[in-house]
Design a protein around this ligand. Structure first.
Ligand code: BGC
Length: 335
């Protein structure tokens, strides 16, 4: 077992740290800046993209590995109404708000480590009423825990006012450790998706995936249909869409599986939340990574659900603790 804490570089003069947790199956390295998953090793392969020092995460507009909350993904026109009051967020993605805020959001803050063991790390971040534009004095705790072949992420929140709670982890997976993911095989237990407008924000429709490039009910290479002529794929420059998970009931259920025939590594995603954003890293383009070198499997509520009456709304009640769980299970698949 490895349990180490190493400096990871300074942010505004304050040191950040990299915490390692491990068991017989998995080793994860998590930075307190952004509560970011920096590396995740399974069978000798680092299956998430990441960088070697915190500097690369400071203006992390790809949100690589970070915990995003209170609200993941987009809120149309950066505003919503709750209990008759209108709230305004930062406009940071076209006319919309994306991932709550940048800079200053959960992905760009140093979280407090509240407990740490060989297999578990819990981090906390608090916001005052109105901070980032959302109501409520809020306390968030995120626990990364290794449970056999699973990395479990538990998101807990308590607020003194009704507010929005739609957290995600924004890891970029590559089950070969490098190169394109177009050869990865994806399967999703999702019969419906929520089409976007040109700013990648859902328009409020729910459509069947049958007969479209969005049908991953049977396992299919990510690259098979990604470049077919399709307005939705043009809008996203590839997949950058939310699927509704079949049989969602708030319990921890299997959303789907990613598999690489090259390494035989498979990754299952379980969640208590209603949707999954599949994003094929279409805007990731720098000295280390190119577009489509990774796929994000962001478990979350439907983007903009707070403004859409036909979606499950990510609202939590004052004083009532709320919990969401996501688990990533890694295993070797016989082909
Ligand atoms: C969004 C993408 C965005 C990426 C990085 C994803 O969750 O859907 O449109 O480029 O995050 O911010």
């Amino acid at each position: 077992m490895i349990k180490t804490v190493k400096p990871f570089g300074k942010v505004n003069g304050q040191e950040t740290y990299l915490y390692t947790i491990s068991n017989d199956f998995l080793t994860a390295e998590i930075c307190d800046f952004g509560a970011t998953l920096i590396r995740l090793y399974y069978d000798g392969v680092n299956v998430v993209c990441g960088y070697d020092s915190v500097d690369r995460y400071i203006l992390n507009d790809s949100y690589m590995g970070a915990i995003v909350l209170p609200n993941a993904n987009r809120i149309r026109d950066a505003r919503f109404t709750l209990n008759g009051k209108e709230y305004h967020l930062r406009v940071n993605n076209g006319p919309n708000n994306l991932h709550s805020s940048l800079p200053g959001g959960s992905a760009q803050s140093i979280w407090n480590v509240v407990s740490y063991s060989e297999t578990e790390l819990t981090l906390q971040l608090d916001y005052k009423d109105g901070e980032l534009g959302f109501p409520g004095n809020r306390s968030f705790k995120v626990t990364y825990a290794l449970k056999d072949d699973r990395l479990s992420i538990t998101y807990c929140r308590i607020s003194d006012q009704d507010t929005v709670f739609n957290p995600t982890n924004h890891s970029y997976f590559n089950l070969n450790g490098h190169g394109t993911v177009l050869n990865h095989i994806l399967q999703l237990n999702c019969s419906h998706t929520t089409p976007n407008d040109e700013n990648s924000c859902p328009v409020g429709e729910i459509v069947e995936v049958a007969g479209t490039p969005f049908d991953f009910r049977e396992p299919k290479a990510i690259g098979r249909d990604i470049d077919v002529e399709n307005q939705q794929l043009e809008y996203g420059k590839g997949y950058d869409h939310n699927w509704l998970i079949d049989d969602f009931d708030g319990s921890l259920i299997l959303a789907g599986e990613l598999y690489s025939p090259e390494t035989s590594i498979a990754l299952q995603t379980y969640t208590t939340m209603p949707g999954i954003q599949v994003y094929t890293a279409n805007y990731l383009d720098n000295d280390k990574y190119s577009p489509r070198d990774a796929v994000c499997l962001e478990t979350q509520f439907t983007p903009d659900a707070i403004n859409l009456d036909n979606m499950v709304k990510p609202i939590i009640k004052a004083g009532k603790p709320a919990v969401h769980i996501t688990e990533y299970r890694l295993y070797k698949k016989e082909s």
